[in-house]
Design a binder for this molecule. Structure first.
Ligand SMILES: Cc1cc2nc3c(=O)[nH]c(=O)nc-3n(C[C@H](O)[C@H](O)[C@H](O)COP(=O)(O)OP(=O)(O)OC[C@H]3O[C@@H](n4cnc5c(N)ncnc54)[C@H](O)[C@@H]3O)c2cc1C
Length: 388
């Protein structure tokens, strides 16, 4: 029997990471991506230390760092710009306890992941029409009538996963009650640290992703049926976030001439569904979309990819043991993902508080917790020192 042939649906961060992990182990893999080319999303992304550890192991960390900005310090302020807490990662870095995090443009990250593959591994512009799970293989037919046959099918097709819906039945993402805008402006004030502002039912993050670029994210409470996400103008947008009285926010927002290019996303989760069945595995958002509050969704997809590759590699000489390998993937990943999901959800719930007294108490809690640096470092280490 030959090597295990893997077909991944979806060439986002998860699918490209999976391909990289398979290729460095000499495992055959093809990725089908429906977009005609790499999706150049106009936003930044936080590559937390655990994600950077995966990239160090698979050889792409230097390239990611070259186009990004080191993640050294996270500053948290209230909506008026009063400092609540500083999280300084440097003692953990200098002690070698965790890898140095990176703040990067998404387009740069995707480019590095893609460049890490042989040409032909990713097939762009391919839409899946039909998936057949047969006893000994998986057959996938595309809209163009092309047929792909594999031993293992990986659904890396994001939160609205077609593979997940086909294999496990339709699962609607769970809307968490808030939305997020994202865009990139010039880093006119030379900001160096991840800086966030907590308001009432709203938050703003300013994240340097290079010397000259600042990634801006917001969150805001919003009923699911609201049309508020379609901000009509830059002025309307500034007015909507008018409670944030700080020069850094003002300088970033003043650069907006229109809302063109601004991304607005519903914050949603995929919880506790199946991840594997026979010859199919899900990873990343397809399996477990996480809220963005601690910058871990892509990190989880990268960790998934590395663990899945390890388990498939271990079964490479015994393809009949693939189902057991997939079972081990779930056992290794589920507790970690569920923990991250829970933490992220909690941070989101705190951050989206809107009652003035609740916000005051929250800010007080954050200020108090910020004074206990050793405890904060311990908690960060527990989350970020994850080893595959
Ligand atoms: C507001 C916001 C901020 C975030 N910030 C961070 C952060 O700072 N750090 C972090 O680690 N994570 C962050 N995340 C999460 C992160 O973006 C996701 O977890 C990550 O992109 C998931 O990668 P994925 O490959 O699983 O899915 P996706 O990135 O969604 O990729 C799926 C791919 O599959 C393709 N596809 C879909 N259906 C099909 C099909 N039927 N056939 C072929 N191709 C298909 C899509 O075109 C896409 O390219 C954030 C998320 C949000 C919403």
């Amino acid at each position: 029997m030959g090597a295990i042939r893997t077909l991944a649906i979806g060439g986002g961060i998860g699918g490209l990471s999976l391909a990289r992990e398979f290729i460095i182990r000499g495992l055959p893999v093809t990725v089908l991506e429906r977009a005609p080319q790499l999706n150049p999303v106009g936003a930044g992304i936080i590559m937390n230390p655990n994600a950077m550890r995966v990239l160090e192991e698979n050889g792409l960390a230097d390239a990611v760092r070259q186009g990004g900005w080191p993640y050294m310090i996270r500053e948290t302020y209230d909506r008026r710009g009063n400092l609540l807490a500083i999280r300084d990662y440097r003692p953990l870095y200098s002690g070698g306890k965790i890898s140095i995090g990176a703040l990067v443009h998404r387009a740069h990250l995707l480019h590095v992941l893609y460049e890490g593959l042989r040409s032909g591994v990713v097939r762009f512009g391919v839409r899946v029409r039909k998936i057949d799970l047969l006893p000994d293989e998986v057959r996938v037919e595309t809209d163009q009538g092309e047929i792909f046959v594999a031993d293992l099918l990986v659904g890396a097709d994001g939160i609205h996963s077609q593979v997940r819906d086909h294999v496990f039945g339709v699962t609607e993402p769970l809307y968490m009650g808030y939305r997020s805008h994202r865009f990139v402006v010039e880093n006119n004030l030379g900001m160096e640290n991840f800086t966030e502002f907590l308001g009432r039912g709203k938050r703003i993050g300013l994240v340097p992703i290079s010397k000259n670029q600042l990634y801006v994210w917001t969150t805001f409470n919003s009923p699911i049926e609201s049309r508020e996400l379609a901000m009509t103008s830059a002025d309307r947008f500034r007015e909507f976030f008018g409670e944030f009285k700080n020069e850094r926010v003002g300088t970033a927002f003043s650069q907006l001439e229109s809302t063109d290019g601004m991304i607005c996303t519903d914050v949603e989760e995929i919880r506790r569904g199946g991840w594997v069945k026979e010859r199919v595995a899900l990873l990343g958002d397809a399996a477990h979309a996480v809220t963005p509050n601690i910058g871990q969704g892509a990190g989880m997809a990268m960790e998934d990819a590395a663990v899945l590759a390890q388990e498939v590699d271990a079964a490479r000489d015994a393809p009949r043991q693939l189902p057991e390998a997939l079972g081990r993937y779930v056992i290794r990943r589920r507790p970690r993902v569920e923990n991250v999901m829970r933490l992220s959800r909690q941070v989101g719930a705190e951050g989206q508080m809107s009652n003035p007294i609740a916000c005051w108490l929250r800010n007080h809690r954050i200020r108090r917790a910020g004074r206990d640096a050793p405890r904060m470092l311990e908690e960060l280490e527990r989350l970020l020192a994850y080893r595959i």
